[in-house]
Design a protein around this ligand. Structure first.
Ligand SMILES: [Zn+2]
Length: 382
């Protein structure tokens, strides 16, 4: 009996390819349609023939080998939105080039293949390596305690569990013991870099692996949400710490508040309902609200240091970061531009890719602000 493999693929940019493969495998009837989705029709009684379904059941060794090869090839074709299992249906304006329930090895190799998640994976994977490089570069080139303040070497040798380079004048300032200049602790700055790297790597892994199975999709999406909450939370640490290191009450109040908000968001995101497509605006609003809560410490900083150029420069970077994240959240929630031309942005240019690029750009603006804070507080302390 003939088996027809019917592949009808739309390859993204307006041209179509239609391929019909007759096979001599006495196995059943399989059809691949609209971007390569497969379905067995034989069992539904659409065509006559034997009720066999898997080419591996073929008794002729030659035909069985052919069947297996074709089965492997066909099974891991990219498929269309309407052929996806329900848990993978997220954006109805992206019509084709989906992977669905591939084996893990195939999914890992697909990082180098072209599908509708390739751009999402690489935008944040490149962002991760960018921030890894920035972390290494900054750690190697940032002025260390002894470079700036040789006279304070002794004090800097004192143990301090919260400081990467040991205790210093700023910690003393935070504790209200010393209002003089001194090199400051770096942990808030590197906490931000760590949060950014965690977010970007978790997001990249989520986009690569979620199509494997319902269970892995659930786990990876939680990791993705946790990464976003971690990035937003960690983004507060440098501005809050370095702005209010001489006001321990407000410093601790703002740090505790944003940390509690971040943890609450992570816990809320554990609810299964959180990932439903109709909750996209809720997700966007929640993360946007977390970011917006940064307005309070920034406004407070401007009141305290309105005559300081460093305060104005860092506020400029923070406004830029907020604008980039805000536009990103808006694009994410509205799914522009693919909603205007469904299927035309499947591979490149859809809203999630734009959102990813804006997140990396926003985090980079924040990194620049962090450098200004370090320079300012290194030079002046409290
Ligand atoms: Zn993403």
């Amino acid at each position: 009996m003939y088996i027809y493999i019917y592949i009808y693929q739309i390859l993204g940019f307006g041209w179509r390819k239609k391929l019909i493969l007759p096979l001599f495998v006495d196995a059943g009837f399989w059809r691949v349609e609209m971007g390569g989705s497969y379905e067995k029709i034989k069992k539904n009684g659409d065509v006559g023939g034997d009720a066999c379904c898997d080419p591996s059941e073929e008794t002729d060794p030659v035909n069985r080998t052919k069947g297996k090869k074709l089965w492997k090839k066909v099974k891991y074709e990219l498929i269309g939105y309407h052929s996806l299992p329900a848990y993978l249906k997220d954006n109805e304006y992206i019509l084709n080039h989906y992977r669905a329930e591939w084996p893990l090895a195939h999914i890992l190799r697909s990082v180098f293949l072209l599908h509708n998640e390739t751009g999402n994976v690489w935008t944040h994977l490149i962002g991760f390596f960018l921030f890894l490089g920035l972390s290494i570069y900054t750690a190697q080139n940032i002025p260390i305690v002894d470079d700036l303040h040789p006279l304070q070497r002794l004090a800097n040798r004192l143990p301090n569990p919260f400081s990467i380079w040991g205790s210093n004048g700023a910690e003393a300032g935070l504790l209200g013991e010393d209002g003089g200049t001194g090199p400051i602790t770096r942990w808030p700055f590197f906490a931000f870099l760590g949060g950014a790297m965690f977010c970007l790597l978790a997001s990249s892994a989520c986009h690569l692996l979620s199509c494997h199975s319902r269970h892995l999709s659930y786990v990876m999406l939680r990791l993705d949400y946790a990464g976003i909450a971690a990035l937003i939370t960690a983004s507060f640490y440098p501005p809050v710490y370095y702005s209010f290191m001489c006001n321990p009450f407000f410093c601790r109040l703002y740090l505790a508040t944003i940390t509690a908000l971040g943890l609450a968001t992570i816990l809320f995101s554990l609810l299964p309902v959180f990932q439903k497509p109709e909750f996209r605006p809720v997700r966007a609003s929640l993360f946007f609200g977390m970011g917006l809560s940064g307005a309070a410490p920034v406004a407070h900083k401007l009141i305290l240091f309105r005559h300081r150029p460093e305060a104005l420069v860092t506020t400029g970077y923070e406004l830029l970061m907020g604008a980039l994240y805000g536009v990103g959240a808006l694009i994410y929630a509205t799914r522009v531009p693919e909603r205007w031309r469904p299927g035309k942005f499947d591979l490149a240019g859809h809203s999630h890719q734009l959102f990813h690029v804006l997140v990396v750009a926003g985090a980079f603006a924040h990194y620049r602000a962090g450098l200004v804070y370090l320079e300012w507080r290194d030079a002046e302390g409290c």
